[in-house]
Design a protein. Structure first.
Length: 373
């Protein structure tokens, strides 16, 4: 019997660990091969055809080509917007029926004395369908026949971030792609000089809830499909210009060399993020000229600026962002998402609701009118 050798024992491998490690290794190799074949079969967009989507032909006839998504972040009161409830108006000030709240999650209202509260604003019927819209939105109401008002949607999410995530991704769990990312993944973009999915955020004066970047995340899709946030005030993209003393030809040489090195890495092993990096370097270089041209609104007629209510182009307002969104669509951006923070009204609703509506009503209606013309 050989004496115990601790070094030999450490270097040896028993049957169980051998089978375990072999299974993991073979499984990983098999998965990598299948993934590579699957991605190759879908004709994954490369840096050369970066703007193309994965959907070869649409499932249904195409009616809409681009999307502007206006999100009033925080949770506007449905009772003061598009959901007229005359019976509740009659119950205003009376104790709230217990049957309405029993077993419900009431967040900050636990233990409070609850009273029924009807809308403090009046409603009128607009358009051929007689859609009931509150008097807070005199401009949007002029487009009643262009609206589809859905009053049947509901959710069990009572917190802002998870509710936004559920609305954007269909799940409260992180890691799911947002709707803009899915759209870009399927249909691609119509521009190679700007991102296909752009996000902008504006806000009012009242305290509001932050908007997390996971709302425009690409989740498990390659990161080239995630939304790109443009700044609402000042330069839309930080450091979009060349550094002082660096000309474009020099910068082009640097990018070409970086791309060559990334290409060598890509040739050794397939990784979607390498393709993303290559494409985004090219995109960033082209954005040095496309973004300043996009945000320069000097060519916009004064009557258009007045229609939106833009006091100063690029001032960070919702009105300025709406006009910029229209300019993005004209340049081939597929999906534009505008968040306006400031709708988290826990109190003083008679003051805060009219203020928030005034910041968004005119520009929202102007955007519809501008796109139609």
């Amino acid at each position: 019997m050989n004496p115990y050798d601790p070094i030999a024992h450490t270097l040896s491998i028993n049957r169980r660990s051998f089978l375990t490690k072999s299974a993991y290794g073979l499984g990983s190799a098999a998965f990598a091969m299948l993934a590579a074949k699957g991605l190759a079969a879908t004709d994954a967009p490369s840096a050369a055809n970066f703007s193309k989507g994965f959907l070869k032909s649409p499932h249904f006839p195409v009616k809409a080509k681009r999307v502007i998504y206006l999100c009033m972040a925080g949770g506007p009161s449905h009772l003061e917007t598009f959901d007229w409830k005359p019976a509740l108006k009659k119950l205003d000030g009376q104790p709230f029926p217990e049957s309405f709240t029993k077993g419900q999650q009431l967040a900050q209202l636990q233990g409070a004395v609850l009273k029924a509260r009807g809308s403090f604003i009046d409603y009128k019927k607009y358009g051929k369908a007689g859609i009931e819209i509150s008097d807070l939105f005199p401009n949007i109401s002029t487009h009643a026949d262009d609206l589809c008002v859905i009053r049947s949607m509901r959710t069990e999410q009572i917190n802002h971030d998870t509710a936004h995530a559920f609305m954007n991704t269909g799940s409260i769990i992180k890691g799911r792609p947002s709707m803009g990312s899915w759209l870009l993944y399927g249909l691609g973009s119509e521009t190679q000089n700007l991102p296909g999915y752009v996000v902008m955020v504006s806000r009012g004066n009242f305290p509001d809830q932050p908007i997390s970047a996971r709302q425009w995340s690409s989740g498990f899709l390659p990161s080239k499909f995630q939304g790109v946030q443009f700044q609402s005030k000042g330069d839309a993209v930080h450091y979009v210009g060349s550094p002082e003393g660096v000309c474009q030809s020099t910068q082009r040489q640097v990018i070409d060399e970086v791309q060559r090195l990334n290409g060598l890495l890509r040739d050794h092993h397939y990784d979607p993020e390498i393709e993303t990096r290559i494409a985004q370097y090219e995109m960033a270089f082209r954005m040095q000229s496309s973004v300043p041209e996009l945000t320069d609104m000097k060519g916009e007629p004064q009557h258009i600026l007045d229609m939106y209510g833009v006091k100063e182009a690029g001032d960070g307002s919702f009105a300025s962002n709406c006009l910029l969104a229209r300019r993005m669509l004209e340049r081939g951006v597929r999906f534009v998402q505008l968040y306006h923070r400031g709708w988290d009204h826990h109190k003083d609703i008679e003051e805060q609701m009219p203020y928030s509506a005034k910041l968004t009503d005119q520009a929202s209606a102007a955007l519809v009118k501008d796109l139609k013309q």
